[in-house]
Write a protein that binds this ligand. Sequence first.
Ligand code: ADP
Ligand code: MG
Length: 682
Amino acid sequence: MAKLTDPVTILKGVGPTMAKRFAQLNIFTLQDLICHFPRGYEDRTRLVTIDKLEVDVPACFKATVMNTPRTAHIRKGLDITRVQIADHTARLNVTFFNNKFAAEQLRYGEEYIFYGAVSGDFVGYSMTNPVFERLDAQPIATRRVLPIYPLTAGLSNAAVLKAVRQALSICDPPAEILPESVRREYGILGADRAYYAIHEPQSMAEAEMAKKRLIFEEFFVFSAGLSLLRAERARKTAKPYEKLHLQPFLDSLPFTLTGAQMRAIDEILKDLGSGAAMNRLVQGDVGSGKTMVAAAAAYCTVQNGHQAAMMAPTEILAEQHYHSLSKLFAPLGISVGLLTGSMTVKQKKEVREAIASGQAQLIVGTHALLSEATVFRDLGLVITDEQHRFGVAQRAKLSAKGQDPHLLVMSATPIPRTLALLMYGDLEVSIINELPPGRQPVETFLVNESYRARINAFIRKQKQEDHQTFVVCPAVEESEELSVKAATVWAETLQQTVFPDLRIALIHGQMKAAEKEAAMAAFARGEADVLVATTVIEVGVDVPNATLMVIEDADRFGLSQLHQLRGRVGRGGAKSYCILTSQNRNPDTLGRLKALCRTTDGFRIAEEDLKLRGPGDFFGSRQSGLPTFRVANLSMDLQTLKDAQQASAHWIDTEGTAETPEGIALRARIGELFTRAEGTMN
Ligand code: ADP
Ligand code: MG
């Protein structure tokens, strides 16, 4: 017997070349191979007679070869082999292109199983390039449910299939980690059967069962992991803050906080005074004023003699927070520091000294805060802004710089409850469901290309009123496949043909971080009239002077993403607009975009989005902070997610520490997940 940790090269037929190809798919060990799940299946179990074959519907049938195959050499690189086959119902002419194997293997008078689709019209049916197997051969491509694997160059589906089959025959599949009670209650296949059935299902129904089990398992492990984290944190104590008096802070604000902001602050103060370490997520729509809530928590922390750190995902966002918070806190005698990667060595050294001595009381920064060189004198509160860009692991890393500091996580993306549980299952949640008074909703329109001249005129009008415009395109380079308007090309067109007299700037994801920051900062200073961008502008940068957001080919974005983008305007006093363009004529697609024109409630939009696209795509894969789910991405199923969450919560409460084989294996797997997540979570 082989072990799961053995390299794939121990398989027959897998040498260094094949191993390299497998490595392309991140497959190194037998375990990786066995966990390389099919992305779909083809049902080839149905056996029909030739007369029952339907045009363009592939099926299996048994037939006899009626003549010796003839190959004609048409030209260099093109050989055509023709053969006639038949069963008791009909004859069929078959053609193979460049298939020496068929020409050699098919013997006159012998019977084979074929799989293919007929094409043709009333003149006669024919079939091109069917696959075939001898009756006595082990079914690989016919008479079965065929798994379809994700592939890479030089690695065929048949090769993966053969390797997986061999692996499963020489080693045991991964151990069972789902407790028996859970499997019974939710009707879940056991691991031993599931790992075979996902690769070699007897029927489509069995493939479904196997998939369901593996999805359930992934969700179960992840939510059990989060629950354990949460339980562990709940045991951590923190010295309760004694000074919970915010009046001087509230008095210094130029506005009154909204009821929702006050509620969130109250919940935070309760945590800070409780004696346990706070773990709280503040969720609020764009512009709902989360920064002030974080500022209140920081103020309270500093009053109690500790330091607070706020981590933002980009330099520009960190700088913005730094400027607004230092202005706010200076009159209150609180010193605010800034630490970002692009500061000079000398500047960084100075700030780090101030952080280490405790002279800096609130420190705003980027990932630079996480570096080992940053040492806090007494870190009492960790705040992460725009959380979905950070993962559990980074959160933990910053927290480790203090002694069980309080944790406050801010997310601008309203997340449906189920998904919030999955991503933030280890946190308590406060919701800010109210915008500051007097905010004018961004007026949103959906238009097609016939409005182009009017859109252009409207952009010009913003400029005449000294305002700025964002134009968002869905991709960086002109892609034939999607024929989307590329930001680069579009910026050039706008500059050269449409608005030669305006200042057009460009920002996209393939620019270096520093270039992006510079472009964004210049736009914020008013140095361009129009900023053509990809979705890199999505995260919280404030350009209050921008009043128009044009989103090209809006149907290519998710609703939540559109809502985030729209949140970039309407941040100043002036009325703001969002124009969605789309050439799409699908009524469902247009209906969805129109819904976005009607509502500005981020939570409702998020629920809608989740229903339409499933959680896998919810944030766009790149920035989700979710671990990569191997199977669940295939078809995430909300019911399975809910079941798994419920089951894992129950398991933690009842047998979470049981020393059963499943319990031990499960805890090991959870540990692995969170170490692996560290690499993928950003
Ligand atoms: P977000 O929740 O998107 O992070 P911000 O904290 O950036 O929102 O706040 C958006 C804007 O609203 C800021 O300019 C902020 O000063 C302002 N603001 C926050 N709270 C209030 C309030 N209660 N009344 C008026 N303006 C507010
Ligand atoms: Mg914000």
